[in-house]
Design a binder for this molecule. Structure first.
Ligand SMILES: *[C@@H]1O[C@H](CO)[C@@H](O)[C@H](O)[C@H]1NC(C)=O
Ligand SMILES: *[C@@H]1O[C@H](CO)[C@@H](O)[C@H](O)[C@H]1NC(C)=O
Length: 115
């Protein structure tokens, strides 16, 4: 799954991002410990701050809109281009939904970055 990190970095650079990574950290109130766990991929705490952080990140990468619509197509396109992952996995991720758009983002984030 390491290639995905590369995709995401590439995506960030093509986006005229409305928000920065730091803004997502600040706005979501995610704790340092939970952020570290999430980035290193050791665990995903299930709380509203983590949900808000995932939503901010996916919105920032244009993989989700502000009103919660999910578009993983940029990620799928990159995946197909590099053919380093099973690209069909993203279809499964794209169909996940939570009770809120933030929870949906959390489920999708976990699906994109399985532990
Ligand atoms: C983060 O904390 C600030 C200040 O307490 C609050 O205004 C904001 O709504 C919180 N953000 C989230 C996503 O809960
Ligand atoms: C996260 O917590 C909520 C509330 O406790 C629970 O309903 C939900 O199933 C949990 N989600 C995951 C993926 O563990």
């Amino acid at each position: 799954m390491f290639a995905l990190m590369v995709f995401l970095v590439a995506l960030t650079q093509t986006q005229s991002s409305k928000r920065t990574f730091k803004q997502c950290v600040d706005e979501s109130n995610i704790s340092f410990q939970h952020l570290e766990d999430l980035l290193v991929g050791t665990s995903f705490a299930n709380n509203t701050a983590v949900h808000a952080f995932c939503f901010c990140q996916l919105e920032r990468l244009d993989l989700m809109t502000g009103d919660g619509k999910v578009h993983l197509s940029p990620l799928k396109r990159m995946c197909q281009e590099y053919k380093t992952e099973e690209c069909e996995e993203f279809d499964k991720c794209e169909r996940l939904t939570g009770r809120t758009k933030e929870e949906t983002a959390f489920l999708i984030y976990k699906c994109i970055f399985p532990l």
